[in-house]
Design a protein around this ligand. Structure first.
Ligand code: GLY
Length: 365
């Protein structure tokens, strides 16, 4: 509903500008920027929030709180906080899959459209809500990014409790990963063991559970009825990563970006690919040049694939990558879109109509 309504509200200062801009994008987005005249978008009639598919509760909360008058940046951080605290989501916060040493290390970034201020933390341990810590960086420091033990100490100074984030479920998954990735070393894989996990009998009967693996993340963007935007991305990052590995989520312009004149964008999936194509920044640039949010997401995915072709190990075949990335875009007028490399992904939307999951466009069949 908002979608249709917003399309009608969509105003352009010049239709010629959009044709020129899309043409220019195929060459260089930077060039397109210079050639494009400003586009004036009208704010939506009710707040709109979008997120990755695991964020249905997040968008619902964000829209509710923004509707009550909360700043969108506070709304998105409060929304993702629900997922960060959920032990059953193994991609984010409490219950997230750990690094190769069994330690949960979290990354997050937040950006506030009206002030164009960002805050971010990376490799933070023992703090359940990295997005709220990133918000403190934004609100209370002159910096953008604080990492590692410094981020932990900063969070503690602000009163965030020290918590053990490794759930039993995540610890067992990590153990299975260690066991199944051993190749005749000291760790026996489940098929080699004479004992089951309960410590009884010889040999394991039945199916061996697959090891969960994730680049999973939650991204959440929102716009209020004044057209003010904010966004946030938070994650436990790549499962079983090298300690200290940082993905795209806490990097401004990669895992998340906001331009209050244009829109917000975010990413989930293989962070290395998103970082190397400045994914979220590129989406906002593409929207500025006249692409709609879905087109902008597909445009950046194409660019990621084209860049990945230079490393054969990243490709499933000549055209298709061997990894997934999902991109999300929310324009200032509330129009939104999302696209994944492959079909089947969904993203969460909440607006004046309610909260729901919608299909992401797919770059490949
Ligand atoms: N996109 C999350 C990560 O790669 O860490």
């Amino acid at each position: 509903m908002i979608h249709e309504h917003s399309r009608r509200q969509f105003l352009r200062t010049s239709s010629v500008a959009s044709v020129g801009a899309i043409g220019a994008l195929s060459g260089a987005a930077a060039g397109a920027r210079a050639e494009t005249r400003p586009i004036a978008w009208v704010a939506p009639k009710s707040p709109v929030s979008i997120s990755s598919g695991n964020g249905l509760r997040a968008v619902e909360r964000a829209v509710l709180r923004i509707g009550e008058g909360l700043d969108p940046v506070l709304g998105v951080v409060e929304g993702v906080g629900i997922v960060e605290a959920d032990p059953d989501d193994m991609t984010v916060g409490y219950g997230g899959l750990p690094n190769e040493r069994g330690v949960v290390q979290l990354d997050s970034s937040v950006m506030h459209g009206p002030t164009h201020k960002a805050g971010s933390v990376a490799c933070i341990e023992n703090i359940m809500h990295p997005a709220a810590v990133a918000l403190k960086v934004l609100q209370t420091t002159d910096h953008v990014m604080i990492v590692g033990h410094g981020a932990y100490e900063f969070a503690r100074a602000h009163g965030f409790p020290h918590e053990d984030l490794l759930t039993d479920k995540a610890r067992r998954a990590w153990l299975r990963w260690k066991q199944t990735s051993s190749d005749r070393d000291d760790w026996l894989d489940p098929g080699q063991m004479d004992w089951n996990e309960e410590g009884t009998s010889v040999g394991l009967a039945g199916e061996v559970e697959p090891v969960p693996f994730t680049y999973g993340t939650i991204h959440c963007g929102a716009v209020d009825t004044s057209g003010n935007l904010s966004a946030c991305t938070t994650t436990s990052g790549l499962s079983y990563k090298i300690p200290g590995r940082v993905g795209d989520s806490p990097i401004i312009g990669a895992g998340m970006y906001v331009d209050n004149q244009i829109g917000s964008a975010g990413a989930t999936g293989r962070g290395e690919a998103v970082i190397q194509s400045c994914g979220s920044f590129a989406i906002v640039q593409a929207m500025e040049a006249g692409m709609d949010p879905t087109q902008a997401c597909l445009h950046v995915l194409r660019k990621i694939v084209s860049n990945s072709k230079r490393q054969k190990r990243l490709m499933r075949d000549a055209e298709r990558p061997d990894f997934n990335v999902v991109m999300y875009a929310l324009r200032k007028d509330g129009v939104h879109g999302s696209a994944a490399m492959f079909p089947g992904a969904r993203y969460a939307v909440a607006d004046g109509v309610g909260a729901r999951l919608e299909p992401c466009a797919a770059l490949f069949e």
